[in-house]
Design a protein around this ligand. Structure first.
Ligand code: ASP
Length: 599
């Protein structure tokens, strides 16, 4: 039977007991990790979020009644133990912070019993993730998940403290807001009071934080939940958290400065890692040319090389066609991989095809300097030599080439570079390598929609010197936009915003909005701009991503307490779920497609 807390007070957590407490009486509360009965001695490992403490019940040191009660303990029972701290009489457990200590129990209360849990509560669980997510409250007891969530809490807390000192104000923005279809798909919430009308859950607080700048708040921050109804990939969540900020009277440098110091502070305080400032910067163009990615992992080299000019005169149709269509031919050099078996090369070709490549051309430079190649017969000996030279190819190297539209070539080689780095074990997993990516293109041409879309969002300011190009060559306009990338993951991004009505109107026009559409969707922003708007800029981090990178974790669900799975459902609550017809009626909604029958 469950006992009460009456008259009991926890003195500290299990992991907080130190050698300084030897001889003292403590009251600990937590879950039974395991228990062993050795005749006159019962050992219990007691677990709470801070760690594990060994408890000993010894016949004679506690009453018969308590000893008998201790004999009934099972895994995951919730108990309170009062006893005296002593140095371990048995072997010291080097793996535990409290491994040299134990508590000799005098009193025990069973606060709650537990059925046998569906899986053991242990680090690095082998249990299938679906099972763990279904029983998430149990899963969250595991020390590795607890460490992640504790780190997450600290990141949020220290960020608030740091930004508070820098003069930021934390201001909440609405969760029920207006649908603005530019960007990702909105999550919609039907209105009961206005049947047929919908709120949208915010994709980010973007417009509101800009309005706050118009209102003179000057420096805003918020740890904000955002919602995007996108087709999910393994590393995405339909709802995620941003550390969001906006600053008035600033330019790119100011935003970068405060954020570099914030990152250095977080990494120093929480990981003991010194981020050397200033963080390296690279333009988007350079990142794409050298790494085929706008979030380059700089922990290793293997840079892309543009060899279009070298192969321009070759007879190889794959190269020629790509170049004639305005594309390019680029390659990477997998050092020392020249002996890669054909089968493995074929796998790389398949991998590249998965990213949209038509194929991959390769040269394996032999130890005697001759070349084995998929396309040697279309090249003169001299062309081949020049190509190998352009790639810094040495005996034993494997050179891989993609030829296509440049965007495709970047994409394919960028992915291949990462894949090869994994295979070749080139990445120092202990390193934290930051880089700012700057000068992103303002616009991106969408083949599907046959129009320009905003690369960042429609409120991003063009670079001053590129403003004239808006009329003549919009695709070439660079933006005052920046991303902060850590170990090949985009952990944050932002931009200087347009604060001039005429440029903002022009931007909407470029994006294919009619004046009416722009005003019906963003009228409140344009309206605010009429009454004195300071120049402003901002940035948002993906908190989930940041914590993942800090904790060196691959699975985004491991840094979120109650995550959704790939199909956007929650395995624990079973959301989303059908609702009562009366609720639908109240909202004036009718469901056309029949809900799937219950399995
Ligand atoms: N609101 C932007 C985003 O969600 C970030 C920013 O520009 O501040 O990506």
């Amino acid at each position: 039977m469950a006992e009460s807390m009456k008259g009991l007070k926890r003195t500290c957590r299990c992991g907080e007991v130190t050698k300084a407490n030897v001889g003292e009486k403590v009251t600990l509360m937590g879950w039974v990790q395991k228990n062993r009965n050795k005749g006159g001695l019962i050992f219990v490992d007691l677990r709470d979020r801070s760690g594990i403490m060994q408890i000993i019940f010894e016949n004679g040191k506690c009453s018969d009644e308590i000893f008998a009660k201790a004999g009934k303990l099972r895994s995951e029972f919730v108990i309170a133990v009062t006893g005296t701290v002593q140095l371990r009489s048995g072997a010291v457990n080097e793996n535990l912070a409290t491994g040299a200590l134990e508590v000799v129990a005098e009193d025990l209360r069973i606060l709650s019993e537990s059925e046998t849990p569906p899986f053991p509560i242990e680090e690095n669980s082998k249990t299938r993730e679906e099972v763990r997510l279904k029983y998430r409250s149990l899963d969250l007891r595991r020390p590795d998940l607890q460490r992640n969530l504790i780190l997450r809490s600290k990141v949020a807390m220290l960020t608030r403290q740091f930004l508070d000192k820098e003069g930021f104000l934390e201001i909440e923005t609405p969760m029920l807001t207006k649908s603005t279809p530019e960007g990702a798909r909105d999550y919609l919430v039907p209105s009961r009071i206005h049947p047929g009308s919908f709120y949208a859950l915010p994709q980010s607080p973007q417009l509101f934080k800009q309005l706050l700048m118009c209102s003179g708040y000057d420096r805003y921050m918020q740890i904000a939940r955002c919602f995007r109804d996108e087709d999910l990939r393994a590393d995405r969540q339909p709802e995620f958290t941003q550390i969001d900020m906006e600053l008035a009277f600033v330019d790119v440098e100011d935003v970068i400065d405060v954020n570099e110091r914030l990152l250095a502070y977080l990494f120093h305080e929480l990981l003991g890692v010194e981020v050397s400032l200033p963080i390296q910067r690279m333009t988007w163009q350079e990142a794409m040319d050298r790494f085929g990615s706008d979030k380059p992992d700089l922990r290793f080299g293997m840079e892309l090389k543009d060899v279009s000019d070298v192969v321009r005169d070759s007879e190889f149709a794959v190269f020629r066609n790509a170049l004639e269509a305005g594309g390019s031919v680029r390659g990477i050099n997998a050092k020392g991989q020249g002996g890669m078996p054909r089968k493995k090369i074929d796998k790389l070709v398949e991998f590249a095809k998965g990213y949209g490549a038509k194929g991959l051309a390769y040269i394996a430079v032999q130890e005697d300097g001759t070349c084995k190649s998929s396309f040697a017969k279309f090249m003169t000996e001299d062309q081949m030599k020049q190509l190998v030279q352009a790639m810094d190819g040495e005996p034993g190297d494997l050179l891989l080439f993609a030829a296509d539209k440049t965007k495709m070539v970047w994409n394919v080689l960028g992915a291949l570079r990462l894949e090869l780095a994994e295979q070749m074990d080139l990445i120092d997993k202990n390193e934290y390598r930051f880089v700012w990516i700057t000068e992103f293109p303002l616009l991106e041409w969408s083949e599907e929609e046959n129009r320009y879309t905003a690369m960042h969002h429609p409120f991003t300011m063009p670079m001053d010197e590129d403003i004239p190009l808006l009329d003549t060559d919009p695709g070439a306009v660079r933006a005052k936009a920046y991303d902060i990338v850590l170990n090949g993951s985009e952990i944050g991004g932002g931009s200087v915003r347009i604060h001039q009505n005429d440029i903002q109107e022009k931007m909407f026009e470029m994006l294919g909005f009619t004046k009416e559409q722009a005003h019906s969707q963003f009228g409140f922003l344009l309206e605010a701009f009429r009454y004195g708007v300071p120049p402003h800029a901002g940035l948002a981090y993906g908190l989930d991503r940041l914590v993942m990178e800090m904790a060196k974790i691959d699975n985004i669900r491991d840094v979120i307490a109650f995550p959704k799975v790939k199909d956007a459902s929650c395995l624990m609550t079973e959301a989303p779920s059908p609702v009562d017809p009366a609720q639908l009626e109240e909202l004036g909604l009718k469901i056309e497609t029949a809900a799937e029958p219950e399995a």
